[in-house]
Design a protein around this ligand. Structure first.
Ligand SMILES: [Zn+2]
Length: 307
């Protein structure tokens, strides 16, 4: 089975006319339901993350300023990042989902989980929201795993954009391996192959920047080679996935030429790493993907792989 985290609350992070919109999740949930995938999963109940959890990664001033922005009717946290009146509470619920999934997977309740949350997280830095992301969901999940005694975590980020927030948060943390494959050069500008970590974390960041126009075959070869090598170095006890689907060829703001079936391949690759090193333990969370019908197909094939 797979633990599947969904909630109608995630539709209430209102962003207006914006690519990161509630329609994305509506399409996903409709598609998973029609395919009979939802009923094959366990649907846990969980609570929003407390301040103490948010503060394990983010600065208190950042948390309070997002709360204040939502309370006063909303606005923008940065040029691209909309905060509505409900967004702070919805973002807390998203963090709660990935942390609950991590706890349950580590306790052995199930080996795999998929968190279909909004807002996404991988651009959020310790000190600021960024790039459609309020809190860094995947970083908070990794931190929660460390707090539960896990010694080595691997984050696999296949969103088409570099996960700059996650990289920055763990750049000097030897217990968290960050692997990112992304379009390059592209937003947000970080993620060159010479960014490999610092201090005790030197060597625990691995970036695979790929140019637009790369063939699917070359994409797969690069990911396979680098991911297997990096996983052998990290020997993770838990695999976390920043699952963005905006590398699909028809994504309106991303695209790295991928097709739906490439996400089945990526899912299998991440699961193989989890099986080899982490007793199959894998927690995946939704990041980008901005063509709602195509996103829904990609998420369905991802979940089918996890099942
Ligand atoms: Zn993205």
């Amino acid at each position: 089975m797979v633990l599947l985290y969904t909630s109608p609350r995630f539709l209430q992070h209102h962003t207006g006319n914006h690519p990161e919109c509630a329609e994305r999740l509506e399409h996903i949930l409709g598609h998973l339901g029609a395919d009979g995938l939802t009923e094959r999963c366990t649907l846990p109940q969980w609570l929003p993350a407390e301040d103490e959890v948010l503060e394990s990664v983010h600065q208190e001033t950042m948390i309070r300023s997002l709360e204040q922005l939502a309370k006063t009717g909303g606005g923008r946290a940065d040029a691209d990042t909309v905060v509505g009146p409900e967004s702070f509470d919805v973002a807390r619920l998203a963090v709660g989902a990935v942390c609950d999934a991590t706890t349950r997977v580590l306790s052995g309740e199930d080996r795999r989980a998929l968190c279909l949350v909004r807002p996404p997280g991988h651009h959020a830095l310790r000190e600021t929201a960024m790039g459609f992301c309020l809190f860094n969901n995947i970083a908070l999940a990794a931190q929660s795993a460390l707090n539960q005694g896990i010694e080595r975590v691997l984050i696999v980020d296949w969103d088409v954009h570099h996960g700059n927030g996650t990289q920055a948060i763990f750049y000097d943390e030897p217990r968290v391996g960050f692997f990112s494959v992304h379009r390059w050069p592209f937003y947000p500008g970080t993620g060159d192959s010479d960014e490999t970590g610092t201090g005790a974390g030197l060597g625990t960041t691995r970036n695979v920047p790929l140019e637009f126009g790369i063939s699917q075959r070359a994409y797969r070869e690069a990911v396979m080679r680098e991911l297997e090598d990096f996983a052998a170095r990290m020997r993770p006890q838990l695999v976390l996935v920043s699952a963005g689907f905006d590398a699909h060829r028809s994504d309106p703001i991303g695209s790295l030429g991928l097709e739906v079936e490439d996400f089945a391949w990526l899912t299998a690759a991440a699961m193989a790493i989890a099986d080899s090193y982490a007793a199959g333990r894998i927690v995946s969370t939704l990041e980008g993907g901005y063509n709602p019908p195509v996103l829904a197909e990609c998420v369905a094939i991802h979940l089918e792989g996890l099942l």
